[in-house]
Design a binder for this molecule. Structure first.
Ligand code: PLP
Length: 469
């Protein structure tokens, strides 16, 4: 493709995206494709000769779009949001245009230096501790996902804990994201050595006293406790673990505290929500949050901060001859290849930088505020309808609730809730997801897509009530 051809098709692609986003509301939120539909609509064999780009765009409309679930649809309320925004898309395009591979500082200094600047900016915007800044012993790095970030944290924690050849243990709760169990498996821990700490029956927050007991018992048994993961905003119901009290246990026992704030962490951009990070400054060894969920930055962009980068670098740095260079040897630069699992890395900082510059702190705060205000309004509607039961704690954009189904057993009520959810999602008008807490299936209404307005939330509530009959 020549630069002139690129210019022409590039404009058409940008127009296509703008038209897509402008008309997204006319599409069913959840794809109505059946398994195999997309593949069977496309040629089984690759083309022998190149094709005009128009063919790609035509197939995008004909074969791909029907198989797309529209995460940017204003009535997408499932899972957690995966925000996209104009500046993030353009930042990503610039990153692709530059085609930079930023594995070490020397392979493109701007890729590293913009990244360390922008993660410092984000730390400041979220009120995170000075010790996470890249000019301290710690620092921040952009990862593809929180799952990768937590794996990196675990590898650093295992390095710091030592005890190779002995049983090493990790502590999570039933509410911790499954990526921690996966990280344990990847790191070679036995399944039983990712230990489940009890949670409070009502709040679903981790019980620090039980954590302390488990660690003490494991130490008495000869194990080496390596990492505790506290979650701020669990995936299921956005429960908040008591980070400070968990941190006190970790400090007393010499265990690494990792804080998973993948979804909720970015909400600390609003000063009145900074309380969620109570204890982080004093106790957290690592902290992850995903701008790619709720901070208007296209997937993938997950930021991991560490209070001390040394154990991570010791765990992950291998220096083959072909990567040796004067800048790395000087010790004056960051080589982010040592802060992640893969060697290669994209210039992801460009999109986060574009987002922060376009919206400013004020615009980002407004976005988070809006999601929370709409969630509060939705929760009030649920609370006011006696046919529904609301889960009380909803500090962020997620509201969990269920129909009461009087007279039905728990099993039948759960089946009825799931059937209701399927009918709603099949309608194409909205998309919710579900979870289970204390044996009950709950509907999850996660508000925070950039296009969601009050009218969409009210329409969703009407649809839910209508479907209940
Ligand atoms: N941690 C929490 C609390 C989450 O809610 C999620 C995803 O929803 C993750 C981790 C995993 O995020 P990622 O997809 O970035 O790995």
């Amino acid at each position: 493709m020549t630069p002139e051809e690129f210019r022409e098709y590039g404009k058409r692609v940008v127009d296509w995206i703008a038209d897509y986003l402008a008309s997204i509301e006319s599409r069913p939120v959840r794809s109505q494709a059946k398994p195999g539909d997309v593949r069977s609509a496309l040629p089984e064999r690759p083309p022998e000769e190149g094709e005009p780009f128009e063919h790609v765009l035509a197939d995008l409309d004909r074969a791909i779009l029907p198989g797309v679930t529209h995460w940017q649809h204003p009535s997408f309320f499932a899972y957690f949001p995966a925000n996209a925004s104009g500046p993030a898309i353009l930042g990503d395009l610039l990153s692709s245009g530059l085609g930079v591979q930023g594995m070490v500082w020397a392979t493109s200094p701007a890729c590293t230096e913009l990244e360390s600047l922008v993660v410092d900016w984000l730390a400041e915007l979220l009120g995170l501790p000075q010790g996470f800044r890249t000019d301290s012993a710690g620092g921040g790095v952009i990862q593809d996902t929180a799952s990768s970030a937590s794996l990196v944290a675990l590898l650093a924690a295992l390095r710091r804990a030592g005890g190779e050849g002995r049983r090493r243990t990790v502590y999570v709760s039933s509410q911790t994201h499954s990526s921690l169990e996966k990280a344990g498996r990847i790191a070679g821990l036995a399944a039983g050595d990712v230990r489940a700490v009890n949670v409070d029956e009502h709040t679903l927050a981790m019980d620090p006293a039980h954590l302390d007991e488990l660690i003490a018992a494991d130490v008495a048994d000869g194990a080496v406790p390596a990492l505790v993961c506290a979650t701020i905003g669990t995936t299921s119901t956005t429960a908040i673990d008591p980070v400070r009290r968990i941190g006190e246990v970790c400090r007393a026992r010499g265990v690494w505290l990792h804080v998973d704030a993948a979804y909720a962490g970015v909400s600390a951009i609003c000063p009145e929500l900074r309380w969620i990070n109570d204890g982080v400054a004093e106790y957290a060894d690592s902290y992850v949050t995903n701008p790619h969920k709720w901070l208007l930055t296209n997937f993938d962009c997950s930021v991991l901060w560490l209070a001390d980068r040394a154990p991570m670098i010791e765990a992950l740095s291998i220096l083959p001859e072909y990567l040796r260079n004067a800048a790395s040897a000087s010790g004056e630069v960051i080589d982010y290849r040592d802060w992640q699992i893969p060697l290669g890395r994209r210039f992801r900082a460009l999109k986060l930088w574009s987002v922060i510059r376009w919206y400013g702190a004020e615009g980002l705060r407004e976005h988070v505020h809006k999601g929370i205000a709409l969630a509060d309004e939705f929760a009030a509607l649920v609370a006011a309808d006696e046919r529904f039961e609301l889960r009380q704690d909803h500090p962020f954009g997620l509201v969990c609730f269920r129909p009461r189904w009087p007279g039905l057993s728990t099993a039948d009520a759960n089946a009825a809730t799931l059937a209701l959810l399927e009918r709603l999602n099949d309608s194409g008008d909205l998309y919710l997801s579900h979870t289970k807490a204390n044996g009950n299936v709950l509907l999850r209404m996660a508000i925070g897509a950039p296009a969601t307005e009050r009218e969409h939330v009210l329409a969703a509530w009407s649809a839910i009530r209508r479907e209940l009959g």
